[in-house]
Design a protein around this ligand. Structure first.
Ligand code: F6P
Length: 343
């Protein structure tokens, strides 16, 4: 019998519960693994706060958004109790042999450090931003894109009725994947992403040409977008738990600029955490379930220090190093592919 602790860390996203369910069902059925859940991310591991996780607890979880374990942006080395030695002692006291950490980049880098410090740990990648290297897609992304696309569809009907320019701001931090995919799916007339600054003149040219055709312009902007000449992404909300600027608000900045320059009445909507909430799409449920099941194979094989990932349609094993080598941002040619039809 191997006893494993599961934790979810960083920003939540739809599909976390499906991972937990997949791991518990396969681990119990195939490998005689037993599970507990650490509460609120690394905090639960550091403080030793656990709940039992068995087949009855994970029943019906694959469609449930959020995480039944809770999450936080708390690092495992963050306070005086947070050292590898004290975590090892806590794991020993709880009879936990290894940890499955479900999270994004911050979680992967903490996991790598814990592994180097001798802790048995494996990972499952997640983030709505889809910016993690080493995996083609992260679960949560498809759901966020679906929600953003539906929002574009809705904004278009009200925008058309008033002949307004509608600006939708989506998340993604420094990656434009959510904007690019939802903007493409929703037929936006301009998509603005962090990787590719644009001038206000260019944006207004696209907006005006749409109006001149008698249509109502739809602009999708990623929260990390920088107008040409801006050094940093717009941020007026201080820092997050990892000392990174909290983004959000560029849509509200851009809308009056567009209105002033084009004379077209313009409204901004900031989608915010709506795109992280609620039920996962079928794609995300399937991906999350497969990743949760596959991570139990890593545990059974004692392949600590790795995470499961999606390559094409296959679930594979990659080192934390590969996930952390770089940010997976939108390549210039992927943006250019869509940019030719803006306006
Ligand atoms: O990384 C996921 C994400 O939703 C980003 O897109 C966004 O910038 C950030 O988290 C928001 O974080 P919080 O939930 O802490 O406000």
């Amino acid at each position: 019998m191997t006893r494993i602790g599961i934790l979810t860390s960083g920003g939540d996203c739809p599909g976390l519960n499906a991972v937990i369910r997949g791991a518990v069902l396969k681990g119990e059925t195939l490998y005689d693994q037993e599970f507990v859940g650490f509460l609120e991310g690394w905090r639960g591991l550091v403080k030793g706060e656990v709940i039992p996780l068995d087949r009855s607890v994970v029943r019906g979880l694959s469609h449930q958004g959020g995480t039944i374990l809770g999450t936080s942006r708390f690092g495992p080395y963050q306070d005086e109790e947070g050292s590898a030695e004290s975590i090892k002692a806590t794991m020993k006291r709880l009879g936990v042999d290894g940890v499955i950490a479900i999270g994004g980049e911050g979680t992967a880098s903490a996991s790598k450090r814990l592994h180097n410090d001798g802790i048995n740990i494996v990972g499952v990648p997640k983030t709505i931003d889809n910016d993690l290297n080493g995996t083609d897609y992260t679960f949560g992304f498809d759901t966020a894109v679906e929600i953003a696309t539906e929002s574009i569809d809705r904004l278009r009907t009200t925008g058309n009725s008033h002949r307004r320019c509608m600006v939708l701001e989506v998340m993604g931090r420094h990656a434009g994947w959510i904007a690019l995919h939802s903007g493409t799916a929703g037929g936006a007339h301009a998509i603005l992403i962090p990787e590719q600054p644009e001038t206000l003149e260019q944006i207004c040219e696209w907006v005006s040409s749409v109006r001149d055709r008698g249509r109502s312009p739809m602009v999708v902007v990623a929260e990390g977008f920088k107008l040409a000449g801006m050094d940093h992404a717009y941020s007026d909300k201080g820092l997050d738990g990892f000392d990174r600027p909290r983004l959000g608000g560029i849509g509200e900045v851009l809308a009056p600029m567009i209105e002033r320059q084009t004379g077209i009445e313009t409204r901004a909507t900031v989608l915010g955490h709506i795109q992280r909430g609620g039920v996962p799409t079928a794609f995300d449920r399937v991906l999350a379930t497969r990743l949760g099941m596959a991570v139990t194979d890593l545990v059974a094989d004692g392949e600590w220090g790795k995470m499961v990932a999606l390559h094409g349609t296959d679930i594979v094993r990659v080192g934390f190093d590969e996930a952390l080598a770089d940010h997976k941002v939108v390549p210039a040619d992927r943006y250019q592919e869509m940019r030719v039809i803006f306006g």
